[in-house]
Design a binder for this molecule. Structure first.
Ligand code: NAD
Ligand code: WQD
Length: 339
């Protein structure tokens, strides 16, 4: 029996594949490379020393996806595949709903048809919108503020309904906070498309590498100690390991449960910049600009439910995240595009 990993060529998927292969799982990975590069597959094999099956398939191409279920006995699915850029989702909402919601519906229909009822879903802290208070527990109010966030919230609700209709389903909704860093080998990491990444850490990395001139810090008038926004950055390897724990959970119980995967500690933009400068030995030029519309001031997790129910907690701190992120950047200045 194998675990089906959708979106396994992506940032979080690739790191999770390494952890699952290390733990001895058999994997069938599906990705359409809409936001990833085939070069990652070789790197996953290189780190783990293990083989896995790969399909270049799209979740919305039912025939392609069904071939996977017909060819391999699938025990459970970890569903990463989705588009994740907030700004793009505002400009192209239909593209996001089709990819993230319809793609998931296709997957769920095939799971139901083939009797696969164990699922770990990549949700996001974005489902909390602008939080009313921190730390954010799973019981906090859900309020998505953009089409991307709404796709996550819609899928969470669809999954609640799927379980309500058939109690044999076992579903973990993993609400990730801000994953950053890279595998300590420097062989896999985040490789965002586009000249200027939208997220903070890849932007800092590119400034440090001299590919971008300076960082724009979005706002220095937030009610925080240094005036910049606070987030819960989590090392990608810690996040990946959370999936192993969630998988064990869906194998041993039925139900649908949400879990925050974060460290529980907030870090400001300027603190992340300082830690990155320390890790890289490179000064990061920055200037303050206006707040980015829609940004929350402070957002960090209460991860105690994942700790008590999954036996998972994050072990790596900001300095390690920056060290591993910088190693990935320096060893792979063009990401996977050299392959
Ligand atoms: P990513 O873009 O690196 O990985 C997603 C992968 O899915 C890509 O390889 C892409 O090619 C693939 N994909 C997209 N649509 C597909 C489709 N229709 N068929 C097949 N493959 C498809 O993103 P990531 O950072 O690894 O995120 C993985 C998941 O976690 C996403 O669902 C994302 O929304 C969610 N998430 C990410 C973050 C984050 O900050 N990175 C935070 C919270 C939640
Ligand atoms: C972090 C902090 C910015 C860029 C996003 C999505 C969320 C989730 C994770 C998927 C904020 C500041 C940023 C820059 C800056 N993804 N910043 N200059 O906004 O917390 O979350 O990614 O689910 O849904 O919204 O992450 O990395 O964009 O920003 O000052 O050039 O860095 O204002 O305080 P965010 P981020």
């Amino acid at each position: 029996m194998a675990i089906l990993i959708t979106g396994g060529a992506g940032f979080i998927g690739s790191h999770t594949c390494v952890e699952l292969l290390d733990a001895g799982y058999e994997l069938v990975v599906v990705d359409n490379f809409s936001n990833s590069n085939p070069g990652v597959l070789k790197r996953i094999r290189e780190i783990s020393g293990k083989e896995f099956v790969f399909y270049g398939a799209d979740l919305n191409r039912t025939g392609q996806l069904e071939e996977v279920f017909l060819t391999h006995p699938i025990e459970a699915v970890i569903h990463f595949a989705g588009l994740k850029a907030v700004g793009e989702s505002v400009r192209e909402p239909l593209h996001y709903y089709k990819n993230n919601v319809s793609g998931t519906l296709n997957l769920l229909a095939l799971m139901e048809k083939h009797g696969v009822k164990s699922l770990v879903f990549s949700s996001s802290a974005t489902v909390y919108g602008n939080p009313e208070c921190v730390p954010i527990s799973e019981k906090s109010r859900l309020h998505a503020a953009n089409p991307y966030g709404r796709t996550k919230l819609m899928v969470e609700r669809i999954l609640q309904d799927v379980h309500a209709a058939d109690r044999e389903w076992s579903i973990a909704l993993l609400r990730y906070f801000n994953p950053i860093g890279a595998h300590p080998s420097g062989l896999i990491g985040e490789d965002p498309n586009g000249a200027a990444p939208a997220n903070l850490m890849p932007y800092i990395s590119r400034v440090a590498a001299g590919k971008l001139d300076e960082l724009e810090v979005f706002g220095n008038d937030y009610p925080t100690a240094d005036g910049t926004g606070i987030r819960d950055y989590i090392h990608i390897v810690d996040l990946a390991r959370g999936h192993l724990k969630a998988l064990e959970k869906v194998f041993t119980s039925t139900g649908v449960e949400a879990y925050n995967l974060g460290t529980g500690t907030g870090c400001s933009v300027l603190e992340l910049v300082a830690s990155f400068e320390k890790a890289s030995g490179v000064r990061i030029p920055y200037r303050f600009v206006d707040r980015r519309p829609g940004d929350a001031a402070i957002c960090y997790a209460d991860p105690s439910k994942a700790q008590s129910e999954l036996g998972w907690s994050a072990a790596r701190g900001i300095d390690e995240m920056c060290r591993d992120g910088w190693k990935w950047q320096t060893l792979n200045p063009n990401g996977y595009r050299t392959e």
